[in-house]
Design a protein around this ligand. Sequence first.
Ligand code: FES
Ligand SMILES: [Fe+2]
Length: 277
Amino acid sequence: MTRMPLSATEDDNQDERQGSWPYRVHPTGWFQIGWSADIGAEQLVSLRAFDSDLIAFRDPAGDVRVLDAYCPHLGASLAHGGTLMGGNIVCPFHGWEWSAEGKNVRIPYSKTVNRAQRIRTWPAREIDGLVYIWHGPDPLSPTWELLAIDQVIERAGFADRFHGRPVDDLRTWPEARLHPQFITENIVDHAHFHWVHSTRGPTDLHEYESDGVFFQVRHRFPGQGDTRLMILASGVGVQVWENMRYVGRPPLVPEEARAFKALRKWASQFYDDDVAN
Ligand code: FES
Ligand SMILES: [Fe+2]
């Protein structure tokens, strides 16, 4: 599994590309750490996210569990030689067993268990074939839940007009380094549709609304009637996101300013460090 490009500090060019980015912390929320198919039954998968080494596996019920990778006893990596037994993780170094909740449940050469030690667990969800973990100020208590794509479509009132997902066209850019907010900002960026997605001109962004963790926009596409828009994160989009420099106070024209401002204000709720945007 590839490493998630979430940390700007990993980027050689970080000072330059950071631009006037106003936050010091990772945003709060659910982050994809892999695909359902990456985590088979009886398999301990090693991964890295949020500057932490982690393991992922399926418990006997098939639910994905994610824990820190290191055994609290003497520090062995459970990702290297650890095994699964009856839903517990067995450390390769001295055989201590840890439950999916991170509790020590057996020490093979002792009558006791160590109740004080815990392996950190990460809330995990699996939706539409994607696996997510929660990252937030209270690491154990997600403050909102993800929706499946079908639920998103329904919430937006598009169930009757949704043309389905071309799953065969799935493409990924596992090495791309970009901030999740760059992608989100595109939804209010009415001018980019022409340049990046080949619409006939800028769209008419006639409605936008923030509602808790949701931000909904409605665009009219020029001269295209009831458009079937497939936003397949195009290579052009990724190239822009990967190489752009964030502009904290952009010189927006009146046609784009209000929606951008609303979106950035909405996005600020996901950062815990209260830096003015
Ligand atoms: S380091 Fe894991 S059991 Fe000793
Ligand atoms: Fe786009």
